[in-house]
Design a protein around this ligand. Sequence first.
Ligand code: SF4
Length: 494
Amino acid sequence: MPKSVLDSDAYEVFPEKREECGLFGIFGDPEAVQKTYFGLHALQHRGQESAGIASCDGESIQCYKGMGTVSRVFRTGSEALTRLKNPIAVGHVRYSTCGSSKVENSQPLLAEYSRGQVAVAHNGNLINAGLLRDEYEAYGSIFKSTNDTEIIVHLLAKPSHQSKPDSLGHVLNHLQGAYSLLFMFADRIEAACDPYGIRPLCIGRTDKGCWVVASESCAIDAIGAEFVREVEPGEIVRLDKNGLHSRFFVKPGSIKPAHCIFEHVYFSKQNSRIFGENVHEFRKKLGHQLAREHAVEADVVIPIPDSGTSSAIGYSEQSKIPFDMGMVRSHYIGRTFISPSQKLRELEVTLKLAIIKEVVKDKRVVVVDDSIVRGTTTRSKIRALREAGAKEIHMRVSCPPIRCPCHYGVDFPTREELLANGRTLDDIREFLEVDTVGYLSLDGLLSSASLPKDHYCTACWSGRYPIPVDITLNKFSMERYQLYMFEEFATANE
Ligand code: SF4
């Protein structure tokens, strides 16, 4: 039994690698709630399962959240959205990477402890959350959700942690894994990034001088604010009535960064600036390198839209093969969950991604995608191109073959489900039903980046995890009760 509807086969027609979460926060703006709403819209690509905004009038925090996209959640809450004049707000869009897709796991997580209220929004994955939770449960703590973020609130509330000079920094030192976090207290927002800087987080400023923090700079642009800089690995940035203050909870430079390079390859928006450079420009460089590594004679280069587009432009620039749009994505179909058969699933792919026959008919086509995970969706698109009359199809992928799952906040399938796991390039070519296939090398990927090569996480390709992980854990590891229920259900029906 699938643990959520999004885990069913019906989800197969949608992206195989799923986003993680997006954060937005703003301090001191009378339109903070409304600007957070716009900021979340700009970050919608990072998660569509739930959305929420917590805001504060300087004394108490109110939180509104629900399941679905930003516009779906705030359609019913729109009155609250337009009425609230609170000057402090944090927002969150979620794709579940720890815990199921249900409203109890949506964020911001609002809690009350001896020092008052706190709303927490998290992007990433805490790899020691299960151990910490076991420890707290052994002493009687009760958890309301099954996500990893709730443990942070328990750590904050512990009296021995509160007595430390920098209690938040002390708490963060107990966490392992990937985390970009926003904490909203009654009088301030504190934004923090894990010591490896795995997930992005940046700072902006409005023309009225209000400070903003967001997962990506596209959200800062969306409210007309100026990008200032990124939050450094191991840094806490405090936004309060006296402005912006920075401190570090680990010695700066003591840990080598491990920025998720997949953010550049796939997740982040093309107009965002993350880890020191613009995403679109980065992807074009990947396309240049891909063309150098895997040249082929062809008539046209087409992208799998949208994330393959920038790399395809780069491939075309380098190879001098004309670029064109051979597929058009429908942004209106959404998620239907009604795909009982393979044939219907393929029809859904066609509906979502329509082929422009005139561009590909009788042509030798280079198809560029950012990455391939299971490969079944890619194969459906290739079949559609053949049916439209493409003479030759040369698949080019702007990252290396993905062979390992991510434990730092990206929801890939299991290792066994990954197309490249245990397959040769020739096996992959046959599976995809293409004439040739070429993946960008890891060195080619890293040499296209502006930071030193060893400042990135590459674990999903190389298997080298910068923070040791228990590879047996998965996103449902903290759902023991529900799993027992499913087992009982299964036994009872045998
Ligand atoms: S394993 Fe891959 S997706 Fe996960 S953090 Fe590392 S580079 Fe990013």
